[in-house]
Structures are given as C-alpha cells and as structure tokens.
Design a protein around this ligand. Structure first.
Ligand code: ATP
Ligand code: MG
Ligand code: MG
Ligand code: MG
Length: 483
C-alpha cells in the first residue's frame, strides 16, 4: 500500500464505524498562551473534553499535522539520528466524545491493525496502566481484560504513570492509556526476548505506533479524582511509523513518505543515500543530513503555510532555528553552498496535494519565504563556520564566543551546541545566557529614544538578517489566503 492509501484506509475504516471525517487543524496555534504548535491530535478538541463546547459529532476521525520541537514534547535531537522521531508528523486519530469507550476502541484498533492492515498478530504488544497507589489511581483492569481477548498475556505489559496515564494538565480530564507497539525484528530475533522485557527493551526496531487514551476522570483542584459523567476516547497513531511497518521498512525514511524528498536531495547533491550507514561509517553524515533536510522542510513548509513566518521571536524563531539547522546540514555535509531547501517545497506540495491542500495552494509563496531565509543565512554561515573551526579554547566553548556566533552570524544557540557536539565539545550556556541578557538590557535601554514630541522605536537590531520586505510578504499572505 502507498502512504496515501494507508492514510485513506484509516479514515475510511473509522468512517465505516460511524465516524465523521474532519480536517486537520492548522499546525500553528494562535491565541493559546500554553501552546505554540499543535503537538497532538487532541489539541483542537480540547474544549470538547473540557465540556466547554457543544459536541456536533460524537465520533470523529482525522489526520492531524503535528510538530514536536518545543515545550513538553521536543524530539528535535532525535531527528535523522533515530529512524522514527520527526519534527513534523501526522497523527491519525479516532475520537469518541461521550460516546463509545474502551470496548469498541480496543476492538477496532485490533481489527484495523490485524485484519485490514494485516500486521502479523505475533508482532504486536500492548501496554496497560498498572495503577499507582500513592496517587490513588486504579489499575486499568478493564482494558487488561479486553485486550486478553486478542493478545496473549505475555504480550500485555503493565506500564507506569509516566507512559500509561494521560493528563491534560494539573487539573481537568485524565485517564489511563494503552499503547500498541510493533516488534519489527525478524522472527528469529523476536524469539530471544520473553514477554515484558521484549517490549521494554530499548531496541530500535521495537516501536510504539498507537496510543489509546481513555479519559474517565476529572482531576479537581484539591487533587482528588472524580469519574467523568461523559467518558471520552482520544487516540493517536504515528502515520509515518505505520507506513514504515506496512511497507516492511526498517526506517520511516525508507518509505514513500520521505523517499521522494531524499531521492531529490541525493540526485541534486550528487551524494548517495546510504540508509543502512551506521554512526562513524562512510555515508552516515550524509544520510543524517538528508534525513534532517527531508524532515525539517516538512516542518518549515507546513508552519509557513499555516501562517507563521520565520522571525526573531517565539514561534517565528522556532521555525527559523529549524531552517538554519537544515541549511547548515546541507552546507557542511552535502556541499550545498547555494540556496537549496526551497527547491524541496514544490516536491513536498505535490506529495500532499489532495491531503493538505493548504501547502499546495501556497507553494510559491512558501518557497519564496524559504529562499529568502536561505539567502540571508548563507550570507553569514560560511564566515561563522570558519570562525568556529578556528576556535581554540578547550573543551568548553566560551559563552561570549557562542554569543558572537549568534549575534553577528545568526547561529541559533542550539546550532552552535550541535556543531560543538559533533566535535566532542560543549558550550558554556551560562556565559551565553549572560551575554544574551546583557544585550537585551542594552537594547531595552536604547529602544525608546525620546526626541521631544516623538518617540522613535528602534527596530530589533537582528532584523538585519531578514532578507525580505515584511510588508511585501504580508500583502502576499493576504493575497494567498483569499485563493
Ligand atoms: P515516543 O515514546 O515514541 O516518543 P510518544 O509516547 O511521545 O512517542 P504520543 O504522545 O503517545 O507519543 O503520541 C501518539 C503517537 O504519535 C505515538 O504512538 C507515535 O506513533 C506518534 N509520534 C509521537 N511522537 C512522534 C514523532 N516525533 N515523530 C513521529 N511520530 C511520533
Ligand atoms: Mg515522545
Ligand atoms: Mg511513548
Ligand atoms: Mg505514547
């Protein structure tokens, strides 16, 4: 099955079980001080779970574009190094708002995985909440008994609060969850492990694909738990991981979700993509660079298409950091010294045509923003790298030097940290933060210059790195939004 067919099959399956197919919410979250980007399928339904919005459809299914690069979920460091954490990914989900509960959710997830997608049953493991006496949380015996109908007991694993109990926050809806894992090792290798240890074994080929959350309690301000009058189901399955399992690959990047991009990068750069290269081996750095670029361009493109431009603060800086990270990988490991990432935008947009048309309709605009960002960073990247290479100051990079790279050459601090790590060095973060704070104080003092009747507000001095005219872009956004 192609990725497109796999996604469609998920939606159709739950549609056949009475679910209404809804579109993905934007990946950029506006007007929520607690969240910059959508990081799970449930975000857009928060008000329904809190009982603050009316339920229009009690059963819903969708694929949600998510980003996990900040806050509670930050997977950025794994990207390109492991085979299954991405910055941007799709979370397939089915929901019950006060409608069906554990019985149906468990039976349907099993039916879909084993009868529709035909994943061999002996490759699947599930986890169930073991309970937590101290916290007054009961074991999820209900889920355990339900799973027992399908899964032999040695492959039902009990999990702790960290992995198997979901809470929206300190108060509010919460409940136990059941995860489904797939063991992609060969049958031979699978025989070695026994029950529990097998799933918990930190083996790169044993991966979590689906989480089923059963919201059944409400945590009150005094810490006590009350049963919810309406119980809900919230599930999330990593689409790229599912595709990898169904296409029989040992890496998400070997599926058709990523291969079009990776092949494009490989062709244009002239470097071969060696999927199996191990750290330290020939081809490893290039492979990591290609995976990072393919991953990051997805995050960058969808964030821009959903209305967040790269900038020097907050969500805008998150995306600029990711973009610069990708540019540096391309520059250093694939010898791509000219703007390149922007060329991936139309490739990606074509791939998502009919799925997330937001990107397709705005591809020229998104490409232009990426190009301008690349041009602007490439102006200072080479000199910054030279300075970095020549730096002689021992094992810990001086905070002031890291600040100079940041301030003069536009190197986000996590990029400097990454480059340092590649050389077995670390960065004096305290020194960096101090230098940053001092600069903020200086510019705060210089921000308002009182000249009598007029107060002139200085522009943020770093905006000199922005290579494009913001007002022009803003006009374009409006233009494209109307399409
Ligand atoms: P993991 O333990 O692998 O980091 P998680 O427990 O943090 O995953 P959940 O919050 O349970 O993930 O999200 C539901 C599903 O979304 C996961 O079961 C997984 O399939 C998928 N998923 C989570 N994070 C990522 C990611 N960074 N890239 C791709 N898929 C992801
Ligand atoms: Mg995680
Ligand atoms: Mg997990
Ligand atoms: Mg999980």
């Amino acid at each position: 099955m192609t990725a497109k067919e796999i996604r469609q099959t998920f939606l159709e399956f739950f549609k056949s079980k009475g679910h209404h197919i809804v579109p993905s919410a934007p990946i950029v979250v506006k007007n929520d001080p607690t969240l910059m980007f959508t990081n799970a399928g449930m975000n857009q339904f928060k008000d329904l779970f809190l009982g603050e919005a009316a339920v229009k459809y009690p059963r819903v299914v969708d694929t949600q574009r998510c980003l996990r690069v900040s806050g509670k979920h930050n997977d950025l460091e794994e990207v390109g190094i492991d085979t299954y954490h991405h910055t941007m990914f799709e979370m397939l989900g089915n929901w019950s708002f006060g409608d069906y509960f554990k019985k149906e959710a468990i039976a349907w997830s099993w039916e879909l995985l084993t009868e529709v997608y035909k994943i061999p049953k002996d490759q699947l493991y599930v986890s169930v909440f073991e309970g937590d006496e101290k916290e007054g949380l009961p074991k999820d015996t209900e889920a355990y008994e339900l799973w027992k109908q399908f899964v032999p007991e040695d492959r039902i694993v009990l999990g702790n609060k960290k992995d198997n109990f979901w809470e929206m926050g300190d108060t509010g809806p919460c409940g136990p969850c059941s995860e489904i894992h797939v063991d992609c090792r060969s049958a031979e290798e699978r025989k070695d492990g026994k029950g529990k240890s097998l799933v918990n074994a930190d083996h790169p080929q044993v991966i979590e694909i689906w989480n089923n959350v059963f919201m059944q309690f409400n945590r009150l301000k005094d810490g006590s738990l009350k049963p919810l009058p309406n119980k809900h189901v919230d599930t999330g399955m990593g689409f790229e991981r599912l595709v990898r399992v169904l296409q029989g690959k040992s890496s998400n990047y070997d599926t058709d979700v990523f291969q079009t991009l990776i092949q494009y990068i490989s062709d244009k750069s002239g470097f071969e993509y060696v999927s199996s290269a191990e750290p330290g081996q020939k081809g490893w750095n290039e492979a990591v660079a290609m995976r990072v670029m393919a991953d990051h361009i997805r995050a960058i493109s969808f964030v821009i298409a959903d209305g967040q431009l790269p900038s020097n603060n907050k969500a805008g800086y998150v995306i600029r950091r990711i973009l610069r990270r990708a540019v540096r990988y391309a520059y250093t490991f694939l010898n791509l010294k000219e703007p390149f990432l922007n060329q991936l935008v139309p490739v990606l947009a074509d791939q998502f045509k009919g799925v997330f048309d937001e990107l397709y309709h705005q591809k020229d605009f998104v490409q232009k923003v990426v190009l301008e960002e690349e041009v602007s960073f490439l102006r200072t990247l080479a000199t910054g790298i030279q300075r970095f290479e020549k730096y002689e100051g021992g094992k810990v990079i001086d905070g002031n030097f890291a600040f100079e790279l940041y301030d003069t050459f536009g190197f986000p601090i996590d990029l400097t940290e990454l480059m340092a790590r590649e050389k077995g060095l670390s960065v004096d973060m305290e020194g960096f933060n101090k230098a940053l704070e001092e600069q903020k104080n200086r510019s705060r003092a210089a921000t308002t210059i009182d000249t009598g009747d007029w107060v002139i507000v200085n522009e943020d001095r770093e905006t000199e790195f922005v290579g494009y005219d913001l007002t022009e872009l803003e006009t374009e956004i409006i233009k494209y939004r109307k399409v």
